[in-house]
Design a protein around this ligand. Structure first.
Ligand code: HSE
Length: 436
């Protein structure tokens, strides 16, 4: 059978990895797919570099439209990124009857509903394994491997840059700004790291996983997005003394009232496997009602790890291209007419535990005042840490961990605590998940 022809839009880190792995493992890949898979055309603005990267073996053009309009191309790989040009090209490729593979999490998390609808109408596949957690086959696991389960929750370390920064802050006791600069110098963080450090990249990936897990549309705009920029080394230290690590988690949880969809720094018991995921590695913990907890770990970025996911999608499409579209795996795991629009809960309605740090004047009755406010707000304390004031100091830190409560209760209690004359400045609040 003749090989399937692939056109590549954008040949940077992931694109060149895809070209190389596809070539290196072509025999095994063809043996698995049932026919050869061949990149025959590449579009990139830097034509010269693209020719070098592909050893002059494929046609290179600067205009992506030449790829998506080429009748010989069966599958288009979109590795341009962003929501502008990439969205137009993906929709045009679909309209031209091409299958699409993309690593573009921003595009799928924000425009996925429109893209999947267009693909369904045209009978083509849009595959996006590489969009979430790089080389970890988490989309495949959620969509197919765990298909028997009612997924209860997902908790993931799905941004390597921030996990690297948090690991360094903990190991070296350094503040965020210092570690960020070092991460940029070493190439772990981009020159403009905003999407990573503000939690946006993690929220894109979480949005996609939540849609597949719960059969809901992708709705990035409703996710709570909080990064690590205001996290202090002090809190990492205190958390450690209480037996916890702080991780930037993406959490999607099904509750009776709706779905929680949130990215924020989170205390996790140090004894959990996921708490020990260090450096730029990714991990996703999934709880299904039948299987219990399963954990997926690996490289969430990089040339060949991400290429591994792109090529897995190419093989899937190659196998399924001739199947009746009705009998393919649905884009978001659930049949399009069986999706539900369960509401995404506002943050005030989420339920979790909390780490609270406050700076107080060390005098009689301060603790009593604080605990009275918490008790009146029906917030139960699970652990507490108070340091002796440093030599010559009259102020000290009190750290409290709470049992589970609603966010709105904690917000109300914090406002009252901050109004006490003995409490100095703002109360630091970090959410805590036991993950059991
Ligand atoms: N910038 C991401 C990370 C990888 O740091 O994990 C691509 O999503």
């Amino acid at each position: 059978m003749k090989s399937i022809k692939v056109g590549l839009l954008g040949i940077g880190t992931v694109g060149s990895g895809t070209f190389n792995v596809l070539k290196r493992n072509q025999q095994e890949i063809a043996a698995r797919a049932g026919r050869g898979i061949e990149i025959t055309m590449v579009a990139d603005l830097n034509v010269e570099r693209a020719r070098e990267l592909t050893n002059g073996e494929v046609e290179v053009v600067s205009d992506a439209n030449l790829v998506i309009n080429n009748p010989d191309i069966d599958i288009v790989i979109e590795l341009i990124g962003g929501y502008g040009i990439a969205k137009d090209l993906v929709l045009k490729a679909i309209a031209n009857g091409k299958h699409v593979v993309t690593a573009n999490k921003a595009l799928i998390a924000t425009h996925g509903n429109e893209i999947f609808k267009a693909a369904q109408e045209k009978g083509v596949i849009v595959a996006f394994e590489a969009a979430v957690a790089g080389g970890i086959p988490i989309i495949k696991a959620l969509r197919e491997g765990l298909t028997a389960n009612r997924i209860e929750w997902i908790a993931g370390i799905i941004n390597g840059t921030t996990n690297f920064i948090l690991s360094e802050m903990r190991d070296k006791g350094l503040d965020f700004d210092v570690v960020l600069k070092e991460a940029q110098r070493l190439g772990y963080a981009e020159a403009d790291p905003t999407f990573d450090i503000e939690g946006v990249d993690a929220a894109h990936k979480l949005t996609i996983m939540a849609a597949i897990a719960f059969g809901i549309p992708v709705q990035f705009a409703k996710a709570h997005v909080e990064g690590i920029t205001s996290l202090q080394a002090t809190d990492i230290r205190y958390a450690e003394q209480l037996g916890y690590r702080i991780k930037l988690l993406g959490i999607a949880k099904r509750t009776a009232a709706g779905v929680e969809l949130r990215v924020h720094p989170t205390l996790v018991p140090a004894s959990r496997l996921i708490a020990n995921v260090e450096g730029a590695m990714n991990a996703v913990l999934v709880r299904g009602d039948a299987v219990g907890e399963t954990l997926y770990y690996g490289k969430g970025a990089g040339s060949e790890p991400t290429a591994s996911a792109v090529i897995a999608d190419l093989v899937d499409i190659t196998r399924l291209a001739t199947a009746d579209p009705e009998h393919r795996v649905p884009h978001l795991a659930f049949q399009p007419d069986a999706m539900t629009d369960i509401q995404i809960l506002p943050m005030s309605e989420i339920t979790t535990s909390y780490y609270l740090r406050m700076r107080v004047t060390d005098e009689t009755g301060v603790l009593a005042d604080v605990t009275r406010i918490l008790a009146d707000s029906l917030i139960s304390i699970s652990a507490m840490l108070q340091k002796e004031p440093a030599e010559g100091e009259t102020r000290t830190d009190i750290i409290m961990l709470t049992h589970q409560t609603q966010e709105k209760n904690v917000e109300a209690a914090i406002a009252k605590i901050e109004a006490l004359a003995t409490v100095v400045g703002a109360v630091t609040k970090i959410r805590l998940e036991e993950l059991n």
